[in-house]
Write a protein that binds this ligand. Structure first.
Ligand code: 5GP
Length: 120
């Protein structure tokens, strides 16, 4: 999918464990699993279990503040577990102009190699 249709995504099946994923961290609100097409030695996706309207970060409202904080903190837990606390990047691709391909908010946690800036 390349548009924000609001339709269910593949991540719903990953959350429901109907399709397998390599889970790195999980709690009541958040799931973190390895990206199937890694762009770095460590490439983990951090998602809210309940999408609750967050197809994109651009859809965020004040009421999403708590889960947004939980996602960012989960990214830090993932970085520690993966041993990349001294060099990691968190990315959110928002919308077609940023090549977002799955319309269920997700943070990319990338590391394990030199992360250059700007990324291009
Ligand atoms: P986006 O391009 O929307 O920011 O990122 C979506 C990410 O989801 C991509 O990096 C893609 O490789 C990953 N992805 C898509 N489908 C699956 C899947 O079925 N399993 C896993 N583990 N990752 C997926």
């Amino acid at each position: 999918a390349s548009a924000d249709s609001g339709a269910p995504t593949i991540f719903d099946k990953i959350i429901a464990k109907e399709i397998p994923s390599s889970i790195v961290y999980e709690d009541e609100k958040v799931l973190a699993f390895r990206d199937i097409n890694p762009q770095a030695p460590v490439h983990v996706l951090v998602i809210p279990k309940a999408r609750d309207g967050l197809t994109t970060l651009g859809k965020a409202e004040a009421r999403h503040g708590e889960v947004l904080g939980q996602l960012l903190y989960a990214a830090r837990i993932v970085a520690e577990k993966e041993g990349i606390l001294d060099g990691f990047r968190v990315v959110i691709n928002n919308g077609p102009g940023a090549c977002q391909s799955v319309y269920h908010l997700h943070l990319h946690v990338l590391g394990g190699r030199q992360m250059k800036w700007p990324p291009g």
